[in-house]
Design a protein around this ligand. Structure first.
Ligand code: NI
Length: 403
């Protein structure tokens, strides 16, 4: 909040003109007050299109139903293109912050800071209009991150086919405003959902020997699945197997013929991700067989892990050091096991995903996806300046390499 302790990134700082800062803060509050869910970001998209059009970009394209891509001209038409991505969707949460610009849409809230991400992408576009990169920069305002589908839809459009590097970032209240995480390697986990259906034979609850009981099997299976992380995965590789939903049965005295489990798998490298899939299938099939049942295992297409490209991370690190000072470029510390669909871009384009500190020093830690989540607004300024500088540095290095 604006009345909280100010950092030296507040208005008057060298990172951006006061007028631009004020415009961005107003934009963020407007987006925050009118949050929209994945692929329903109609108003959000209109507001953002208006803001981007004011910067006289080369062009603004609609993408992925409710997304936008604005192309900001570089200094040299032959220089490679780079991209900056900001996600724009909100979550199905009832806001409880009490902010004057709290959500006006019941049950919908920007509880993950994507209002800030959209705003700093516009801010980066403004900074790049004033001080262009060597090549054109594509500002990607991506819908539907929260359901893990927006990035894939943007890529499908083909509009990023000529992009040689991509940068994006997330607000992070574990870090104070002015701190930035920009490092190579894993930054967020893969997130896959699984479903296991156990099929057996139902019977009267009083005559279990006439059944093949999927509930007893399910109990054994849930315990056995915990050995994947504890006994199959290398302890040095972070991994999660969580069963989050179970369902079976219709009455206390009936053994059902079917039980279902659903859960999520997380890993930060491709090998571990593949191992979680194969072990889950293996254990399910064999535990089911031991109970004279059949297991059908299916996986939902989830997001890959975010793994920052070494070169892109170097440009990001240099950019962050330039903007906030080397001492404020800090390590992530603990591995983030949440998913982030920026990973889809990184499957095709060398990229770096950053974390931008979003808590005033005297404010408490509030996790994202909480109804009380809020972001120190100076994070907008830092995010915009760092991402614009990432684009400039990547553009310059890529152009030099192709000359
Ligand atoms: Ni998020």
């Amino acid at each position: 909040m604006m009345n909280a302790a100010r950092t030296h990134f507040a208005s008057g700082s060298a990172l951006m003109p006061d007028a631009l800062r004020e415009r961005l803060v107003a934009l963020r509050r407007d987006l925050h007050q009118h949050p929209e869910l994945a692929f329903a970001e109609q108003r959000t998209s209109e507001v953002l299109a208006r803001e981007l059009s004011a910067l006289s970009p080369v062009r603004v394209d609609k993408v992925a139903r409710t997304g936008l891509i604005a192309r900001i001209a570089g200094r040299n038409p032959d220089a490679p293109w780079v991209a900056i991505r900001g996600d724009i969707d909100a979550l199905p949460i009832q806001e409880a912050t009490g902010l004057p610009f709290a959500s006006a849409n019941a049950g919908v809230m920007h509880a993950c800071g994507h209002d800030v991400h959209a705003t700093w992408a516009v801010g980066a576009a403004a900074l790049l209009s004033d001080a262009p990169a060597d090549g054109d920069v594509l500002i990607v305002l991506q819908p539907a991150e929260e359901i893990g589908e927006g990035a894939a839809a943007v890529l499908e459009s083909g509009l990023l086919d000529d992009v040689k590097a991509i940068f994006g970032a997330h607000v992070d209240r574990r870090f104070t405003v002015g701190q930035v995480v920009a490092q190579a390697g894993p930054l967020a986990a893969s997130a896959d959902v699984f479903e296991i259906v156990l099929s057996g034979r139902g019977a009267h609850g009083a005559r279990p020997h006439e059944s093949t009981d999927p509930i007893v099997c399910m109990a054994a299976l849930i315990s056995a699945l915990q050995t994947i992380v504890s006994r199959r995965v290398n302890p040095a590789s972070p991994a999660v197997v969580t069963v989050g939903m179970v369902s079976a049965g219709t009455a206390p005295n009936i053994i059902p013929d079917r039980a279902e489990l659903r859960g999520t798998l997380r890993a930060t490298d491709r090998e571990t991700r593949a191992l979680l899939h194969s072990e889950l299938r293996e254990i399910s099939t064999h535990i089911a067989a031991a109970h004279h049942l059949e297991a059908r295992v299916t996986f939902g297409a989830g997001v890959p892990p975010v793994i920052n490209n070494a070169r892109a991370a170097e440009w990001a690190m240099d950019a962050a050091s330039h903007v906030v000072g080397a001492a404020s470029v800090v390590p992530l510390g603990i591995t983030n096991m949440a998913g982030e669909d920026f990973a889809w871009y990184q499957e095709r384009i060398p990229g770096c995903f950053l974390r931008i500190g979003a808590r005033e020093a005297d404010q408490p830690m509030i996790p994202a996806h909480s109804p009380h989540f809020d972001v120190a607004e100076d994070a907008i300024v830092v995010g915009a300046a760092v991402l614009a500088e990432c684009a400039r540095r990547a553009s310059t290095a890529l152009f030099a390499a192709c000359k």
